[in-house]
Ligand binder design. Structure first.
Ligand code: GLU
Length: 377
């Protein structure tokens, strides 16, 4: 599908996370002006060819404002109720801000558990990929009615990183109310220095990250954890102040004479990180025997594995498990998360993807293994 700007070229996939403390000042509700500003920059990024996903918190904060509460309640069930109230206002604000640019948005509510369950993981991935291909901006928050991880600890920092892993994003931008990561707590030490560049897994940085701020749950420690999680699938994280002029645009421009915030690079190359990340998924004894054409396409053109390139299905596996792809001699070529179970796969192999629906009665995806969910050996 061609995007609105007529730009088909993928410049990079970016997850922008906006925190509660930025969005809603205590007792003042949602900051519409600030949201319109970020939305304008995200829309511009989309027009430049970036694929943009937004992870936003702030539902509890907006709910507190709507219910005239100046103090954050302690009981989780009350916070969950406030999140349900506030989510309405939050999503409405984003929706109208993007509509001003003629861009549609979609509300996606996820939980950490969704990322651990094999089938739900792939379902979420497919939905988000579908939204991106329809040129729509996903607006993601935790589903606070059924989960409390982010209300308790994260302010969506970790959720944003899991989304990065899920859709193999290249960059995570965490917007917060501080300049970035400092070498010591800047509220206590006037000579604290901003760290402009580092490695996500650097133990020295972990020791430096301070405690949580007041409105949002996530302090620098959760932001660093998020950067480490994002690095697992090879993504870079930038932690920056959301109040800086044109912050998103400047981060994406990567102009070395105009540094913004703290950039945390992954330890491994995206390819190695991907293999490592796949290793953490349920592995089956399933195998797909590929024809010579498919082996060449995987190795040389970096494309997905389609059913038409598979000659044989061996072993048993479920949708979302890791299967091995081998050539005629049994040599491993790649491994990845398979979109169909063994029984379904054996019915669609050798067939064009547009036949899947008539064979199975439904179609999950055109690919047997999507490129984003695959690591070459
Ligand atoms: N999902 C929650 C929200 O959007 C997390 C942040 C919080 O607990 O304040 O409000």
């Amino acid at each position: 599908m061609t995007d609105k700007s007529g730009n088909n070229q993928r410049k990079g996939r970016v997850v922008v996370k906006i925190g509660s403390a930025l969005l809603a000042k205590a007792g003042q509700g949602v900051d519409t002006q600030a949201i319109e500003n970020w939305v304008q920059q995200m829309n511009q990024a989309r027009e430049q060819g970036f694929e943009v996903l937004l992870v936003t918190s702030g539902a509890v904060a907006v709910g507190m404002h709507r219910m005239d509460l100046s103090e954050r309640p302690h009981a989780l069930h009350q916070l969950q109720a406030l999140a349900a109230i506030g989510q309405m206002g939050l999503i409405q604000t984003y929706e109208s801000a993007f509509q001003k640019h003629g861009r549609h948005t979609a509300q996606v509510l996820l939980t950490h558990d969704d990322m651990e369950d094999r089938a739900r993981y792939l379902n979420a991935r497919s939905t988000l990929s579908g939204l991106l291909s329809m040129d729509v901006i996903p607006v993601i928050n935790e589903n606070d009615t059924v989960a409390t991880e982010e209300i308790r600890l994260g302010d969506n920092d970790r959720l944003a990183a899991l989304v990065v892993n899920l859709i193999a994003a290249d960059l995570l931008i965490i917007l917060t109310d501080q300049q970035g990561l400092y070498d010591r707590d800047p509220t206590q030490h006037a000579d604290a220095r901003l760290i402009t560049k580092g490695r996500a897994g650097d133990a020295v940085l972990t020791a430096m990250a301070g405690g949580a701020n007041t409105l949002g749950r996530g302090g620098m420690a959760t932001k660093l954890q998020a950067a480490q999680q994002a690095a697992l699938s090879g993504a870079t994280t930038v932690i920056a102040n959301g109040r800086e002029n044109n912050v998103i645009t400047r981060i994406l421009a990567k102009n070395s004479s105009d540094p913004v915030g703290t950039t945390l690079a992954p330890e491994k190359t995206p390819v190695k990180a991907r293999k490592h990340w796949l290793a953490g998924h349920a592995k089956s004894d399933g195998k797909l025997v590929l024809d010579a054409g498919a082996v060449k396409v995987l190795r040389e053109s970096g494309r997905s594995l389609l059913p038409v390139g598979v000659k044989e299905v061996q072993g048993n596996f479920l949708r979302g498990e890791v299967v091995t792809c081998v050539d005629d001699n049994g040599t491993e070529v790649a491994r990845g998360l398979v979109n169909y179970n063994a029984e379904e796969a054996s019915r669609i192999i050798g067939q064009a993807s547009d036949k899947i629906e008539s064979i199975l009665g439904y179609v999950d995806e055109a690919e047997l293994i999507h490129r984003d969910n695959m690591a070459l050996v």
